[in-house]
Structures are given as C-alpha cells and as structure tokens.
Design a protein around this ligand. Sequence first.
Ligand SMILES: CC(C)(COP(=O)(O)OP(=O)(O)OC[C@H]1O[C@@H](n2cnc3c(N)ncnc32)[C@H](O)[C@@H]1OP(=O)(O)O)[C@@H](O)C(=O)NCCC(=O)NCCS
Length: 181
Amino acid sequence: MPNSFEVSGRTPAGSRVEHLSGDIGLPEAELLRLFRAAFGGVDTLWPANQRWLLWSSDKLLGHVSVQRRWFVVNKQYFEGWFVGGVCADPVVQRSGIGTLLLRQAHTDLTLQELGFAVLNCGHPLVGFYENVGYVKISDRALYIRDGKLALDEDPALAISFKQGFDVTALMCEAFPFGFDF
Ligand SMILES: CC(C)(COP(=O)(O)OP(=O)(O)OC[C@H]1O[C@@H](n2cnc3c(N)ncnc32)[C@H](O)[C@@H]1OP(=O)(O)O)[C@@H](O)C(=O)NCCC(=O)NCCS
C-alpha cells in the first residue's frame, strides 16, 4: 500500500514522501521526466522492489529506489539492498531532498528483514552519502554489462540497518554489484 507522510525543513512547501512497494501505481511519465532532468539521456525506469518519491503538489522532485540482491563477497553470500536512481530535480537540488529521501528509505528499511544496503557513486558524491551514514567498502565496482565483466573506478559504499551486521564484512578489492541496467 502506498504510504504518504509530510516532510519539512528546506524542502519545497507542501512536500510529501510516497513509499511504493513494487511497480503498482508507478508514475512512469513523471519518473522519466525526473530521470531525464537529473541524469540526462535516461529513457528507462530502473527495476526496483521499493521506491521513495518526493512530491511537491503534483510535481515529482526526487526519487530513491532499492533492489533486493545477492552479493558474493570474499567467498560469502550476503543478501541486501542495491540502492539506485538517487536523484533530485536540478531546479531544487541542494535543498535537502536527496538527504531526506535516503533518510526515509533507511528508516523504513531498518524495520524490514535485510541488514544492509550498498551503492556505487562518483568520487564527488562520497561526502553526500557519508553524511547519511554510508561508509566506503571498496574503491571500485564490478558489473556484468552486456554479458561481459566491467570494472568501474567508482567507489562502493554501504550502510548497516542491524546492530549485528558490520559492513566491514563487505570490504573487498572490487565490489561485485552484479547486473547493470
Ligand atoms: C546527488 C543528488 C541526489 C543530491 O541530492 P540533493 O537533494 O541535491 O542533495 P542535498 O541537498 O540533500 O545535499 C546535502 C549535502 O550533500 C552534499 N552534496 C549534495 N550534492 C552534491 C554534489 N553534487 N556534489 C558534492 N556534494 C554534494 C553537500 O554537502 C550538501 O550540503 P550543502 O548543500 O549544504 O552543501 C542530486 O544532486 C542529484 O540528483 N544529482 C544528479 C543525479 C545523481 O548524480 N545522482 C546520484 C547517483 S549516485
């Protein structure tokens, strides 16, 4: 069931966050508009199990999604969330939307079963993610793209949602994110 709640702070007046599980009720046209504005050249929706959307009136201004995945690190299997599609509309960037959506996602995920989330980002954004609790687990990332292994020289970061899970267990030479889209 979609779940909406009011937000406050530096975000645009009347903002609210919507939490979606699965793709029922997905506002495809608004998402594509936001992705094109924030990432440029994107014309697909990333598959996701859960999304957090920030709306101001009927305008979509921010998005965070997670996908459930298995990761094999240092010969151990870990099931966690792969965070993707983190963005805020360029018109309202640096007004706290990205931070707010990630914090809300973490609050919701902490109440769920899996113990951690991982993501991959460019070097300039490491501080942004560290501010909301992520720590670096690798200097680079490993993907499967078009059936081939691809190494990205972008850091991998992780956050724990459970006291018993220490993200240092995920530290490795190149974090294996798996399939890329
Ligand atoms: C990255 C992004 C999601 C950040 O969202 P946002 O709502 O603009 O960020 P916030 O206002 O919550 O930022 C909080 C703090 O994080 C840091 N930060 C945010 N964006 C940053 C950037 N582009 N570069 C460096 N630091 C950044 C700053 O310290 C900022 O605080 P300040 O504004 O007081 O200096 C947004 O800029 C965006 O959509 N960028 C384009 C898409 C993208 O690159 N997504 C990330 C994919 S990994």
